[in-house]
Design a protein around this ligand. Structure first.
Ligand code: ADE
Length: 246
């Protein structure tokens, strides 16, 4: 079955955007996934097609109205649609590879992109939305976050990634480690060489070297990921193998 993404936005022209190109674009053209983007404004009922209003309690900015959003959601999610309804917001749960994996394994998703200060809490509650953030920074709207989330999911759909591009060893893979460094020809470039072991042809040693580099990079750059990986592998034992991390 086709993995389907429905987008609710004030800027439907932003889709598929970059996802119409390269790997995702080919998969879209080939029917591996499908996209429909809808203008929230087209669900407004007044003459001015109003989608927002001033915040209750005062303050800066505007808030998106619950009635217009609810009608829009009903318009793109038919009764019985089992896809998760995701509201992209900096206050949501942080997107990670395990969330991406489980979304990619499902039927698709409905993505609500907010603008202004936010959306009325009542429609978030009534529609049981999943609030998701792509990182601890604030974007001008949810659209670019939606593109990021979709990109991460689409590359995991069956047949999208080439065999050579296996997801098994990449960063945030099953082991929860960052990826080791890569090299290619020329063997020497600007006086810089390739680590000898990679040219040795000794597959077991190469695998050992790559694993050690992955662990070192993860420890140095992402102590949070390292702690999780370490716990997965018996905690103190792993620290004993790497005294510097203790
Ligand atoms: N909208 C604005 N900032 C965002 C973020 N960091 N993640 C998801 N949606 C957003």
């Amino acid at each position: 079955m086709t993995w389907r993404a429905s987008i609710l936005t004030l800027f439907p022209e932003m889709f598929p955007g970059p996802l119409g190109l390269s790997l995702a674009g080919r998969a879209l053209a080939g029917g591996t996934w499908a996209l429909d983007a809808h203008d929230i404004r087209s669900f407004a009922t007044d003459r001015h097609r109003t989608v927002d209003d001033t915040p209750a309690g005062g303050g800066a900015g505007m808030v998106m109205r619950p009635d217009v959003l609810d009608t829009a959601i009903g318009g793109v999610m038919p009764e019985g649609d089992t896809r998760p309804l995701i509201y992209l917001t900096p206050r949501g749960r942080l997107l990670d590879q395990s969330m991406v994996r489980s979304l990619a394994e499902g039927p698709g998703c409905v993505l609500l992109c907010g603008r202004y200060e936010g959306i009325d809490q009542r429609v978030i509650d009534a529609r049981d939305m999943v609030e998701v953030s792509i990182g601890d920074y604030v974007l001008s709207g949810g659209e670019t976050a939606a593109l990021v989330l979709l990109d991460a999911c689409i590359r995991l759909l069956p047949g999208v990634m080439g065999a050579a591009d296996s997801a098994a060893e990449e960063s945030h893979g099953a082991e929860g480690l960052l990826e080791y460094p890569h090299y290619t020809r020329p063997a020497e470039w600007q006086g810089r060489t390739i680590p000898d072991v990679l040219l040795s042809g000794h597959h077991a040693e190469i695998a050992r070297w790559r694993r050690a580099e992955s662990e070192k990079i993860t420890r140095e750059r992402r102590p949070d990921l390292w702690a999780r990986h370490d716990a997965m592998h018996g905690g103190a034992g792993a620290i004993a193998r790497h005294p510097a991390a203790a």
